[in-house]
Design a protein around this ligand. Structure first.
Ligand code: SAM
Length: 218
């Protein structure tokens, strides 16, 4: 069944402008920019709020959660350096917008959400938009051990520390991207797994995410 909404000229134009805005803000990866230009972000919004869909802002999606700001989605995706066919674990499915961007850049996506209503909504919406991912309900702060290892892991909620269990679920050469900090602000952290017990860590810009809630988190 096709999705009830359509992608009309107004939304297509707004999406092009958003791509230009993200370029100006420093996003360079052409694959990522193309993905932002392709994914119909207004499909994640009630029609009343379509005028907000291509603004570079986060927006409430219910259950006290938000659809991430396009810049943040592009920034995290760029840091993952996704190659076609990479197996990616996304922790914090939320609306599924980030999931679609990962799929558009060629990843195979395993995504986990702890809030049942969001999980149900997103796993029903994405196939109707033509996107295929594996959806899981549960505490992603522990990763998903029975589908590990992953080439890349992205966490879309703010963690107090880097859960070591996630590093164990990465392939050598794999990358974890995770915001780490307190409830007010987090630094984006990337960790490249260079050997069985060797890692290269980079601490980057400041963001503000909703908290990662779970056994290995808040
Ligand atoms: N990237 C998503 C998008 O574009 O819509 C937004 C994600 S939202 C900022 C963060 C999500 O992480 C929320 O939906 C929240 O319920 C979820 N979350 C928080 N802690 C979690 C956990 N331990 N396991 C799985 N999901 C979690």
């Amino acid at each position: 069944m096709a999705y009830k909404y359509i992608d009309n000229y107004r939304e297509q134009g707004a999406r092009k402008k958003l791509v230009e805005e993200l370029k100006k803000k420093g996003i360079e990866d052409v694959q990522v920019l193309n993905a932002i230009g392709k994914v119909t972000r207004h499909f994640f919004f009630d029609e009343t709020f379509w005028n907000q869909a291509y603004k570079d802002i986060a927006f409430p999606i219910g259950e006290g959660q938000t659809i991430s700001q396009p810049y943040t989605v592009a920034y995290q995706t760029e840091l993952l350096h996704i190659k076609k066919g990479d197996k990616v674990l996304e922790i914090g499915t939320g609306s599924g917008y980030q999931t679609c961007i990962l799929l558009e850049v060629g990843a195979k996506v395993y995504t986990i959400e702890r809030q049942e209503k969001l999980y149900e909504r997103t796993r029903s919406l994405l196939p109707r938009m033509g996107y295929k991912a594996r959806f899981f309900l549960g505490d992603g702060s522990k990763g998903i051990a029975n589908h590990a290892p992953y080439d890349k892991i992205i966490v879309t909620a703010g963690a107090p520390t880097v859960p070591e269990i996630l590093l164990n679920q990465l392939n050598i050469g794999g990358i974890l991207v995770i915001p780490v900090g307190d409830e007010n602000a987090q630094k984006m952290v990337t960790i490249l797994k260079t050997g069985e017990h060797d890692y290269e860590k980079h601490v980057l810009d400041t963001f503000r995410f909703v908290p990662l809630v779970g056994e290995r988190a808040w």
